[in-house]
Design a protein around this ligand. Structure first.
Ligand SMILES: Nc1nc2c(ncn2[C@@H]2O[C@H](COP(=O)(O)OP(=O)(O)O)[C@@H](O)[C@H]2O)c(=O)[nH]1
Ligand SMILES: [Mg+2]
Length: 447
């Protein structure tokens, strides 16, 4: 509601200013009204309730991990199960490990990751409380290999490239803590460094603090020294990583625990999604089998006892039993009453959208006018019934899948999913393939 008020306020303010502009004058009443509106807006803005984000405790994360493990045990493939369980137990031991902090070092080949790690190792001293604290540096050119890092050093050695910018955005979306590090400062002029830094700052203004953009030279090129007597040699130049060291130590002193907890939370969530995705594939395979079974049974039934229109829909196409079996296959069993309700919703949606007629006409036309190579023995009604059974089954499958995390879009009502499914399935090649199969399944008696 408040957001709406603010919107009205801004619109009103804009209108007032526009009015003043149009008349080429700005009356004092307009000025007063504008100022009053502005004050009101500021007041409303300030009153907006600030919802504090309370980070979960380690115990809560562990509890969530237990839930994930339950999901993992349901996965059909034992090898996948094992692999995910291994990840889960790794995370489990990580939850108790307060003392090790992992710093991921990312960047393309040759930017100086290894050099940076070598100069930071032993140099960065995390403030110790009671127990000894340990830093682990993980270097990789692959961001996905650094998913488990508590913080990421994003190393570049020149102006920020488009691909690097996209990766930074992605990391931001994943809520990863990142420091951007411009390495090889020794090969740039100070003015060039200022330009590169400003450019990074501009690109990352919305998500990266200026103090998290750092400059260093982790392995400067040696300098050629020439003496008047002609003698010359290469003088090594020590690494210059003081800025990075200081910022890192600052972060470690203040954010050690919160970054670890956040990282754990993200990793558990990711594992959760991965487990659910795998499980969903299992469910879908099972669901597809059930739908196929029912679509051919329905087709065969209608083939033996032709029905049409309403009767077709009511008596055959939307099968309560199929919905029940699908709900069980998805581990979300519903009651017969619920299944009947769902079937009614599906039938009504199909009626309202005229799907029965549409499907009959489309299928009829395909049979009549197309150079279908298969022998058609079955009736039009039988094909339509089988097809509508499929539309109903898939719609219902999509409907239950909405309950499986991660929820990316708000759940859709069954009737909306039904329309969507019908639209998606209606392409000629898909329909042809279906008819091809239907002619084999329905028309050819199985002996
Ligand atoms: N001039 C200069 N060269 C550097 C610097 N840091 C690394 N290099 C050089 O860049 C090359 C690649 O470094 P390396 O650490 O192996 O990069 P990685 O592939 O990201 O691990 C090596 O020849 C380093 O000596 C630096 O600060 N200045
Ligand atoms: Mg390297």
């Amino acid at each position: 509601m408040k957001a709406n008020w603010q919107l009205y306020g801004v619109a009103g303010l804009a209108a007032l200013v526009l009015l003043g502009q149009m008349g080429n004058f700005f009356h004092s009443w307009q000025l007063v009204a504008s100022l009053m509106l502005l004050a009101l807006l500021l007041l409303l803005w300030r009153r907006q309730p600030q919802v504090p984000v309370v980070p979960p405790t380690r115990a809560e994360i562990r509890e969530e991990l237990r839930n994930v493990e339950t999901v993992i045990t349901k996965i059909r493939s034992l090898s996948v199960q094992k692999q995910l369980q291994l990840q889960a137990s790794k995370l489990d031991s990580q939850i108790d490990n307060y003392t090790t902090f992992t710093i991921g070092v990312y960047g393309t080949k040759g930017v100086g990751k290894t050099a940076l790690v070598n100069s930071l190792k032993g140099l960065v001293k995390p403030a110790t409380m009671r127990e000894p604290r340990k830093l682990v540096f993980l270097e990789s050119r692959d961001l996905s290999a650094l998913q488990g890092a508590d913080l990421i050093l994003f190393v570049i050695d020149g102006i920020l490239k488009a691909a690097e910018y996209r990766e930074l955005l992605e990391l931001h979306k994943q809520q990863k803590r990142v420091l951007v590090i411009l390495n090889k400062a020794d090969i740039f002029l100070p003015s060039e460094i200022a330009i590169i830094k400003a450019d990074i700052g501009e690109h990352t203004a919305t998500f990266l603090a200026p103090q998290d953009i750092l400059v260093c030279a982790s392995a400067p090129s040696p300098i050629k020294v020439k003496q008047p007597d002609g003698k010359q040699w290469l003088e090594p130049v020590p690494a210059e990583v003081k800025g990075v060291k200081q910022r890192l130590e600052q972060i470690l002193a203040t954010e050690w625990d919160s970054l670890q907890v956040k990282n754990l939370q993200q990793q558990v969530e990711q594992l959760h999604n991965q487990a659910y995705q795998t499980l969903c594939q299992d469910y879908r395979r099972e669901g597809e089998k059930i739908i196929q079974k029912y679509q051919w049974i329905t087709g065969a039934t209608v083939f033996a006892n032709p029905l049409s229109g309403l009767d077709l829909l009511a008596n055959a196409a939307i099968n309560v039993q199929m919905l029940l079996e699908l709900s069980q296959a998805y581990d979300r069993p519903i009651t017969i009453t619920e299944a009947k309700e769902m079937a009614t919703i599906l039938a009504q949606a199909m009626l309202k959208l005229g799907i029965v007629e549409l499907a009959t006409t489309t299928i009829g036309n395909l049979i009549k006018f197309n150079t279908l190579t298969f022998a058609l023995g079955g009736s039009l009604q039988a094909f339509t019934a089988a097809y509508l059974t499929r539309v109903g089954g898939i719609s219902f499958m999509k409907y239950i899948e909405q309950e499986i995390p991660p929820a990316t879009t708000p759940p859709q009502p069954l009737e909306v999913l039904c329309e969507e499914t019908y639209r998606d399935m209606g392409s000629q090649p898909l329909l042809r393939a279906f008819l091809q199969e239907a002619s084999l399944q329905i028309a050819t008696p199985k002996g």
